[in-house]
Design a protein around this ligand. Structure first.
Ligand code: NAD
Length: 255
């Protein structure tokens, strides 16, 4: 029997086979979890559906997290099909590409709000939908990055959104702890994905990991997946409101 046998959860944020959410989903599947997946739009459905089917997904649903009605529909469907829910993976972020390259002070109001909406607020919205279904308690994990704590070149508005995401993690954890619902953030090292390709200077960030991270490399999707598996499973039953680093130790060295 796997660590996640008998547990059911939703994974938000698979775009393709490089997605961190996919690394997490594979670990969850290997540990015996039953999974639901969402995809952002029809173009991504073509990529997500075969991946989801390869891990025997129970549900594959459309969901643009900027739309409250989409979020409502996802949880209505989960309630109808499953009746309850054990865990959620929130691995979603978006910012305008120019804002991940230009000087931070040039960020326009609507782009700032867009990054905050998709990259931070959606954790609140997803948790609000999930919590009533977590009748026996549950675990929610979101993905963050060190740019929330340090001024990382080019990360800009996304760093501000990740700071809000980490604070949201703590407030949600404080609210939901008495219902046995844990909320944690995983701060991953830089990994080549669709989203990270929008951040200017990714190559330099990866080179810096090889040179300066204690493990002299960055981490893989599988390694982030294993840390997520820990936080989503009963192994982390006493852990909530934490930012857990899975970044080859980079966060604590003097760069
Ligand atoms: P990715 O591009 O594979 O995943 C980002 C996902 O966000 C995609 O699936 C995309 O469809 C989804 N998304 C964007 N807007 C959405 C919306 N409106 N509604 C629903 N979904 C939407 O890239 P990734 O690197 O795997 O990113 C996953 C998470 O990991 C993000 O929160 C990212 O900030 C975080 N993260 C990434 C790195 C890295 O270096 N790749 C490091 C630390 C944290």
């Amino acid at each position: 029997m796997g660590l996640m046998a008998g547990k059911r959860g939703i994974v938000f944020g698979v775009a393709n086979e490089l997605s961190i959410a996919w690394g997490i989903a594979q670990q969850l599947h290997a540990a015996g979890a039953t999974l639901a997946f969402t995809y952002l739009n029809e173009a991504l459905e073509k990529r997500v559906r075969p991946l989801a089917e390869s891990v025997d997904a129970d549900l594959i649903l459309p969901c643009d997290l900027s739309r409250d009605e989409d979020i409502d529909q996802v949880f209505a469907e989960v309630e109808k099909q499953w009746g309850s829910l054990d865990f959620v993976v929130h691995a979603v972020a978006f910012a305008n590409r120019d804002d991940l390259k230009n000087p931070f002070s040039q960020t326009r109001r609507e782009n700032f709000l867009l990054a905050m909406d998709i990259s931070a607020y959606t954790l609140v919205a997803v948790t609000r939908g999930a919590a009533p279904l977590m009748k026996q308690g549950g675990s929610i994990v979101t993905l963050t990055y060190l740019g929330s704590q340090r001024a990382v070149p080019s990360y800009n508005v996304m760093g501000v959104a990740k700071a809000a995401l980490e604070a949201s993690t703590r407030y949600l954890a404080a609210e939901l702890g008495e219902r046995g619902i844990r909320v944690n953030a995983l701060s991953a090292g830089p990994i080549k994905t669709l989203a990270s390709s929008a951040v200017s200077g990714m190559k330099e960030k990866l080179k810096m990991m090889d040179e300066r991270a204690p493990l002299r490399r960055t981490v893989s999707q599988d390694e982030v997946g294993k840390s997520a598996l820990y936080l989503l499973s009963d192994l982390a039953s006493g852990v909530t409101g934490e930012v857990h680093y899975v970044d080859a130790g980079f966060n604590f060295v003097v760069a």
